[in-house]
Write a protein that binds this ligand. Structure first.
Ligand SMILES: NC(=O)c1ccc[n+]([C@@H]2O[C@H](COP(=O)([O-])OP(=O)(O)OC[C@H]3O[C@@H](n4cnc5c(N)ncnc54)[C@H](OP(=O)(O)O)[C@@H]3O)[C@@H](O)[C@H]2O)c1
Length: 214
C-alpha cells in the first residue's frame, strides 16, 4: 500500500485525513509542531491502525528543511498545515503570512527533494478566489479567478492575502519542479470535532456566538 504524509496532523481537516487513510489500510506519516503535546497529539495515536501504521514527525512551517524527514520516501503528500485564526494584535507577517507562504514552499521543496512523491494535495481556501472588486460581475467564480492581493490589503484580509499568495507560489513552485499538484479550495468546513480541544474553525464559531472579534 502507498504511504502518505499529512502535514499538521493536529488540525481539524488533517485529523480526518489521517483517520481515513489509516482506515483504508495505508501507512501514514503526519507532522506536528510538538509531538510531546499529549493533549493535541494523543488522539492521532488512538485511531484504528495507528499503532502499526502511523508515524508522527516534528516539523514547523517556518523552518526550512523541517519536513524533509517526514516526506522522504512517501508516495503522496496532503499539505493542510497552516495558521488559520490569528488575533489582530499579533505580528501578522510572522504568525500568518510567513508560515502560509514560505511554509508551503518549504513543504513543496521537501517534496521535490524526496523524489518519491507522485502527487501533492494542497488545502488552499475559497479565500484565495473571492476577494476582488468585481466579484458581483464575475459570479459564478471558478478556478480561473483569484483574490486580488491589493483588495485583501485594503480591507485587512490577511488570511485571504496569505492563502492567495501561498497558492500562487505553490503553483509556480510545482511547475518549476515538475510536481503534480492538486489544490482544493474549501469554504467553511464543519462537522464533529475529532480533537479533544477546539480547533480554529470551532473557535471561530464560538467567537461569533460570544461576540469576540478576531
Ligand atoms: N476549516 C475550514 O473551514 C477551512 C476552510 C478553507 C480552507 N481551510 C484550510 O484547510 C487547512 C486546514 O484547516 P483546519 O481548519 O483543519 O486548520 P486547524 O484545525 O486550525 O489546524 C491548523 C494546523 O496547522 C498547524 N500549524 C499552524 N501553524 C503552523 C506552523 N508554523 N508550523 C507547522 N504547523 C502549523 C497547526 O498545528 P498546531 O496544532 O501546532 O497549532 C494545526 O495542526 C488550512 O490550510 C486552512 O487554511 C480550512
Amino acid at each position: 500500500m502507498p504511504e502518505y504524509c499529512v502535514t499538521g496532523g493536529t488540525g481539524f481537516i488533517a485529523a480526518y485525513l489521517v483517520k481515513s487513510l489509516l482506515e483504508k489500510g495505508h501507512r501514514v506519516r503526519t507532522t506536528v509542531r510538538d509531538p510531546g503535546d499529549v493533549g493535541k497529539v494523543g488522539l492521532l495515536r488512538e485511531f484504528d491502525g495507528a499503532k502499526e501504521r502511523l508515524k508522527i514527525f516534528k516539523a514547523d512551517l517556518l523552518e526550512e528543511g523541517s519536513f524533509d524527514e517526514a516526506i522522504q520516501g512517501v508516495d503522496g503528500v496532503f499539505h493542510t498545515a497552516s495558521p488559520v485564526l490569528v488575533p489582530h494584535d499579533d505580528n501578522i507577517q510572522a504568525t500568518l503570512i510567513d508560515p502560509c507562504i514560505n511554509g508551503t514552499l518549504n513543504v513543496l521543496n521537501s517534496c521535490s527533494k524526496a523524489n518519491t512523491v507522485k502527487r501533492v494535495v494542497l488545502t488552499s481556501s475559497c479565500s484565495s478566489i473571492r476577494y476582488r472588486d468585481d466579484v458581483q460581475q464575475v459570479s459564478p467564480l471558478n478556478e480561473s479567478h483569484w483574490s486580488d492581493p491589493e483588495y485583501c490589503k485594503r480591507y485587512d484580509l490577511w488570511y485571504a492575502y496569505a492563502k492567495t499568495i501561498g497558492e500562487k507560489e505553490a503553483w509556480r513552485a510545482a511547475k518549476e519542479n515538475g510536481i503534480d499538484l492538486v489544490v482544493v479550495n474549501p469554504s467553511y468546513v464543519v462537522g464533529p470535532l475529532l480533537a479533544p480541544q477546539p480547533t480554529s474553525t470551532l473557535l471561530l464559531i464560538l467567537a461569533i456566538v460570544k461576540g469576540f472579534v478576531f
